[in-house]
Design a protein around this ligand. Structure first.
Ligand code: FE2
Length: 203
């Protein structure tokens, strides 16, 4: 009997032996409990996004659920490739004790970010985000753009465009817990917290 195995993803050209920093060492550990800085994670996702764009990592699309593949994991960080069909979304969440960043490779993603004291959610329409409310700011991240998530960053991410979106995400330390939220009347409420098992899709 022949067993068919999934082809292994192409190895990353980018070396991941440890988080690298373009900053001086004295700047390490500044952004959170990791030697990687937010700038490192942005740079990393941009490098891997270029590899995806060059066809080094196959991308799949699942119309029923967000598709994701972990491209790398070590003690310091993990890197994910995610595809978002139209209207696929995460939900309002944080990243526990991890820093994160994403770069959009193709298409565009919309982010709603909890920004206390800011009521400029006027461009959110009701059907876009069930848990919307004052305090959520929206921004569109187009292909080639990146965003970073510091500690305490609470956001929702979705593909509201016709074209499938593809993004590369990095987390350091590797994502191990996430909390989920709702917003009402300008108040952020945590609805649940979950552990993230190693290898479990992050967004
Ligand atoms: Fe996130």
């Amino acid at each position: 009997m022949t067993t068919l195995a999934e082809p292994a993803p192409a190895p990353l050209a980018t070396p991941f032996t440890r988080p690298r920093s373009r900053r001086a060492d004295r700047r390490r550990w500044q952004d959170g409990p990791t030697p990687a800085s937010l700038a490192d994670l942005v740079a990393l996702t941009r490098e891997v996004a270029a590899e995806v764009d060059a066809g080094r990592h196959p991308v799949e699309v699942d119309p029923a659920h967000r598709w994701s593949r972990r491209l790398h994991a070590d003690d310091h960080l993990d890197v994910w490739l995610i595809s978002w069909a139209t209207d696929q979304a995460a939900e309002l969440h944080d990243h526990g004790g991890s820093l994160g960043a994403l770069t959009v490779v193709r298409g565009g993603l919309t982010e709603w970010r909890w920004t206390p004291g800011r009521d400029d959610d006027g461009d959110c329409v009701a059907e876009e985000l069930p848990s919307r409310g004052p305090g959520l700011r929206r921004r569109v991240v187009d292909a080639g753009r990146s965003i970073a998530f510091g500690l305490g960053h609470v956001h929702d991410v979705a593909n509201r465009a016709r074209e499938t979106a593809v993004s590369v995400h990095a987390y350091s330390p590797p994502l191990s817990a996430m909390s989920y939220y709702s917003v009402g009347g300008g108040v952020l409420r945590r609805t649940r917290s979950e552990l993230v098992a190693p290898g479990e899709s992050p967004e």
